[in-house]
Design a protein around this ligand. Structure first.
Ligand code: NAP
Length: 274
């Protein structure tokens, strides 16, 4: 039981397809005690069976990260119900629809600010508020995507947010290392979730990745969950500030593999329409 004796909070479960759910399951299976959060009353109802399945008991709290008072209240509740905690999962992102399709240069300041606030600043704020109850060998994990490193069609505003999130991970890792707090990110390959549904032509991304990733598959929330559990556990005690790819190897590709027909004519292994 790799996580036996570990206690932590997981933000960002919307349903059983969420990456955060995959991480929660992996941690629970390895003996962790888990608290989870929900965005608002609508999600509280939907997530109650999930909280029960994860044995959260009363450790099921509201937290809209755009409201500082809810992050402060989360810290109070965690301290009361769990005392010190050993891990935090930040699996949260949001961008208004206008930021996830069309021409990028058209983006409004309002949409930009919302995406950066919820998808990036919230990591800093959650870590700062929870720091007094984080143990001296604790681990923080956030979720990124390759669109923060290279251009991905329609990922647009979220690509900017993920670039900022990855650097935030590194600066936090340096700043908090002296307090025994590690901070890492997983850059996951595309997975069909609620958040992903907001990205234009997301199903094309899934097909493209599957065809061109070295492992010729899309990753699952179980695979991301297991890697996340490793980064939250003492198995990774020497790892911080890392952006760890769990993407079937897609990030190593510089161009798609080419196949040659019987006449020696090259063609790309997949034309994108099948
Ligand atoms: P998801 O199931 O929709 O999870 C996103 C979560 O963010 C939801 O639980 C959502 O809550 C929460 N959220 C949004 N605004 C919030 C706010 N103001 N306060 C608190 N929570 C808020 O989708 P997911 O794909 O698992 O996303 C989790 C993370 O993985 C995100 O950072 C995403 O960018 C990243 N990621 C996803 C993929 C992918 O292909 N799916 C790939 C790489 C990285 P509600 O649903 O209740 O609004």
């Amino acid at each position: 039981m790799i996580m036996k004796g570990k206690k932590g909070v997981i933000l960002g479960i919307a349903n059983k397809k969420s990456i955060a759910y995959g991480i929660a399951k992996a941690c629970q299976e390895q003996g962790a005690e888990i608290a989870i959060t929900f965005l608002n009353e609508r999600f509280e109802k939907k997530l109650t069976p999930v909280a029960e399945e994860l044995n959260c008991g009363a450790k099921f709290y509201p937290c809209d990260v755009s409201k500082p008072e809810e992050i402060r209240a989360l810290k109070e509740s965690l301290e009361k119900d769990m005392g010190e905690i050993d891990f935090v999962v930040h699996s949260i992102a949001f961008a208004p629809k206008e930021g996830l399709s069309g021409r990028f240069y058209d983006i409004s300041k309002e949409a930009f600010d919302i995406a950066m606030d919820i998808s990036v600043y919230s990591l800093i704020e959650v870590v700062r508020e929870l720091k007094p109850i984080l143990s001296t060998s604790s681990s923080v994990l956030t979720l990124s995507y390759y669109g923060g490193v290279k251009y991905i069609p329609n990922y647009n505003l979220m690509g900017i947010a993920k670039a900022a999130l990855e650097m935030t991970t590194k600066y936090l890792a340096e700043d908090l290392g002296k307090d025994g707090i590690r901070v890492n990110a997983i850059s996951a390959g595309p997975i069909k979730t609620l958040a992903a549904a907001g990205i234009d032509d997301f199903s094309f991304m899934l097909k493209w990745n599957k065809a061109h990733a070295p492992l010729k598959e899309n990753v699952t929330i179980n695979q991301v969950g297991n890697s996340g559990m490793y980064l939250l556990s003492d198995l990774s005690s020497g790892v911080t500030g890392e952006i760890h790819y769990v993407d079937a190897g897609y990030n190593l590709m510089g161009m798609p593999a080419v196949e040659f027909d019987e006449n020696g004519k090259p063609h790309i292994a997949w034309d994108g329409h099948s």
